[in-house]
Design a binder for this molecule. Structure first.
Ligand SMILES: Cc1cc2nc3c(=O)[nH]c(=O)nc-3n(C[C@H](O)[C@H](O)[C@H](O)COP(=O)(O)O)c2cc1C
Length: 179
């Protein structure tokens, strides 16, 4: 894991992994803009934030710098289109530790069909899946870091992700389930 300081007042990354049991689920809900409206106790424990600190905060409060922006772009494009997505995500806790999750993110619809917000259920991925996702994300993140702007980096990394998935004839979801 990277040991650089992130933006703002966040503490330095520790390189220490936080683990949770395979029968535990980290749950959060957001408003349509991605601001947290609910987090369960397991989420709070792993993220090391209090409910008070998280409510109303953007989900990027636990963003880890090793996560490629193009994966979040895909996540948002998918859920805003009313679809669900499964994604591997490495998160950063308040102390600077990291933890991997397999997230299932879904839109929540109102009676009139409009999107009222989003919901994420996160489970513990296998060690093998973490290894593969980590390698893939490392390559994508390197492309993003080397680009002249964040937008150009996301586009280049998204193109590379598309190339990799095309070469094995998979969508991102199929890749996720294949791990
Ligand atoms: C329901 C939901 C759950 C999310 N969960 C996470 C999460 O666990 N970790 C994370 O870094 N981003 C999560 N995101 C994505 C963030 O909203 C954001 O796009 C991401 O942290 C990148 O932030 P940035 O574009 O400010 O760098 C989630 C979004 C939604 C809609």
């Amino acid at each position: 894991m990277t040991s650089a300081l992130s933006h703002g007042s966040k503490t330095a990354l520790t390189g220490v992994e936080r683990r949770f049991d395979s029968d535990e689920i980290l749950v959060s809900k957001t408003d349509p803009k991605g601001r947290i409206t609910y987090a369960n106790r397991t989420f709070l424990r792993l993220a090391q934030y209090s409910e008070q600190e998280l409510l109303g905060a953007p989900h990027s409060i636990i963003r880890h710098p090793d996560m490629p922006g193009c994966v979040f772009q895909l996540l948002w494009d998918t859920v805003m289109a009313g679809e669900e997505i499964f994604a591997y995500v490495v998160n950063r806790s308040k102390s600077g530790d990291f933890y991997w999750v397999l997230a299932h993110v879904t839109p929540t619809f109102g009676g009139d069909g409009r999107i009222l917000g989003y919901h994420s259920n996160r489970r513990c991925p296998s060690r093998e899946a973490i290894k593969t996702a980590s390698q893939l994300y490392g390559e994508l993140r390197a492309l993003e870091r080397a680009a002249t702007s964040p937008a150009a980096g996301r586009a280049q990394a998204a193109a590379r992700l598309g190339q990799i998935l095309d070469s094995c004839g998979q969508t991102y979801s199929q890749f996720v389930f294949g791990l």
